[in-house]
Design a protein around this ligand. Structure first.
Ligand SMILES: CC(C)(COP(=O)(O)OP(=O)(O)OC[C@H]1O[C@@H](n2cnc3c(N)ncnc32)[C@H](O)[C@@H]1OP(=O)(O)O)[C@@H](O)C(=O)NCCC(=O)NCCS
Length: 457
């Protein structure tokens, strides 16, 4: 069985990749990459993947973080940094070294992209203003984003080039400022109307083991938080009491490296979402192909914050029938589901619902009506998407439909899935308790057990 399932899965993944390719082609994506990622052995592969995206028609923009490299360069020249909260006070003596370090890191990306024959430009795309004197402390060359120079960026992107934005901005008079790269990434994503913003760092990201999570958050393998709505992200942040703005009234984003980076990234993601970026992804740069998996598969590899319609349960449309037949076919052949033809499904089309993720169907189910009772049937989840709560949500949806129709209870006939329905609150009942019309067509040969959920009043 494994042998036949595997190629099918690969084909499905290729289909999914094409689906996303056509959906996002020509759209702008901003990648904020933390400095430690550039020192990881996986970095060359990450840059290759970014190059691939640029070559296949995505508008890619890179914002490299350089904090740790700046620290080491300043250390080498015997310059000790002072901080206000977590923000470096970049002095007149240190700014030339900060610029040098920031451009060095940007050049690492440029070199990698050149190796993949993708043109890139390290540019002065950020107009900055000085933060000034805060609580009596002169922040000197520490700046904030004043404006992203979208015209120049758009021209660069239109030519198929990848703009790289180091953590340096310039005042209209040409004075350089050190600006937090997280802040640049946010501002650039907002100014360019990016459809996606990626935060790439090292580490396992948001996980059930390491973070307090409110009930109902969707988890993937190893307890990874798969996706969050803005409301859920707020709940995660407040249960973990994460810091956000610097609180100095400048609106700048606080960078607290060494603290909980995934929470910090989530906080930034929430800001980006409020600023209109539809999807923000927090991913682990050490994982091979993390960007591609996050972009081209519904399964993803990191945590996504989304504010658009991502998944939905909706009624079956005729064009979904071949897709759900493909889902049900192996189960029908194994005798887990009753055999149904395309015509039979079409006849009962109104009874069926599908679970859709980003426009593709991955689960289905039906609610048939018999003398004031509802029968839940044909529940099938794409095995690639098992254990993501789709089955439970579909059954929940069908139950709510049954309640809306004023039915007295729902029941299910099952040969192999009784434990699962018990988990969902169903209890075994006798075949005799089925409505008369259903009992007449009960296939005694299948010896299905009957489980029911009574609605009471
Ligand atoms: C049963 C089925 C619909 C579950 O789909 P799903 O989308 O993976 O379900 P959920 O994510 O909501 O629930 C998964 C949980 O149920 C458990 N589960 C799955 N199948 C189970 C079964 N047959 N018996 C007991 N538990 C089961 C999983 O282990 C998982 O447990 P966890 O949450 O503790 O990890 C899917 O396995 C399927 O398509 N089965 C074949 C068809 C079938 O039996 N349909 C029902 C008859 S109409």
């Amino acid at each position: 069985m494994q042998d036949t399932a595997k190629p099918w899965s690969q084909v499905e993944l290729i289909r999914e990749a094409f689906h996303y390719q056509s959906r996002f082609e020509g759209s702008t994506m901003v990648f904020k990459v933390d400095f430690p990622v550039t020192e990881d052995p996986a970095f060359p592969f990450l840059v290759k993947d970014l190059a691939l995206l640029a070559q296949t028609g995505f508008r890619v923009l890179i914002v490299p973080g350089a904090k740790e490299w700046i620290d080491s360069v300043l250390g080498e020249y015997g310059i000790v940094s002072r901080y206000r909260l977590s923000q470096r006070i970049t002095t007149a003596a240190s700014i030339p070294f900060v610029e040098m370090a920031a451009f060095h890191v940007a050049a690492r990306f440029m070199t990698g992209l050149a190796g993949s024959r993708v043109d890139a430009v390290i540019g002065n795309f950020v107009r900055a203003r000085g933060i000034g004197v805060v609580e009596g402390m002169d922040m000197e060359h520490t700046g904030a984003v004043d404006k992203i120079l979208t015209d120049s960026l758009t021209k660069t992107l239109d030519q198929g080039m990848v703009p790289i934005l180091p953590c340096i901005g310039y005042s209209p008079a040409g004075k350089p400022y050190n600006v937090a790269s997280d802040e640049i990434a946010l501002a650039a994503a907002e100014a360019l109307g990016a459809v996606k913003l990626f935060f790439v760092s090292l580490g396992a990201g948001l996980q059930a083991q390491s973070h307090k999570l409110p009930e109902g958050i969707e988890l993937g393998e190893k307890g990874r938080v798969v996706r969050l709505t803005p409301a859920e992200a707020e709940a995660v942040l407040s249960s973990n009491a994460a810091g956000g703005d610097s609180g100095d009234g400048t609106g700048r984003v606080e960078q607290i490296h060494g603290r909980d980076r995934p929470l910090e990234e989530l906080n930034l993601a929430l800001k980006a979402s409020r600023a209109g970026v539809e999807r923000i992804h927090i991913i682990n740069g050490r994982e091979d192909g993390a960007i591609l998996r996050e972009l081209f598969s519904n399964l993803g590899s990191g945590t996504m914050l989304y504010s658009d319609e991502y998944d939905a349960i909706r009624p079956l449309r005729s064009r979904d029938i071949p897709v759900i037949l493909r889902l049900m076919d192996p189960l029908m052949r194994q005798g887990v589901l009753v055999k149904r033809s395309a015509e039979q499904i079409l006849e009962k089309k109104e009874d069926f619902a599908v679970f859709e993720i980003d426009g593709s169907v991955h689960a289905c189910g039906a609610l048939h009506q018999w003398d004031g009772q509802g029968e839940i049937a044909a529940i099938a989840t794409d095995p690639l998407y098992a254990d993501m709560g789709m089955g439970r949500r579909l059954v929940g949806y069908l139950i709510s439909q049954a309640r809306k129709r004023g039915l007295s209870r729902v029941f299910v006939l099952t040969t192999r899935t009784q434990d699962w329905f018990e988990l969902l609150g169903f209890r075994e009942v006798s075949v005799e308790s089925l409505p008369e019309s259903r009992r007449r067509v009960y296939d005694r040969g299948r010896r299905s057990k009957v489980f029911a959920l009574e609605f009471g009043d």
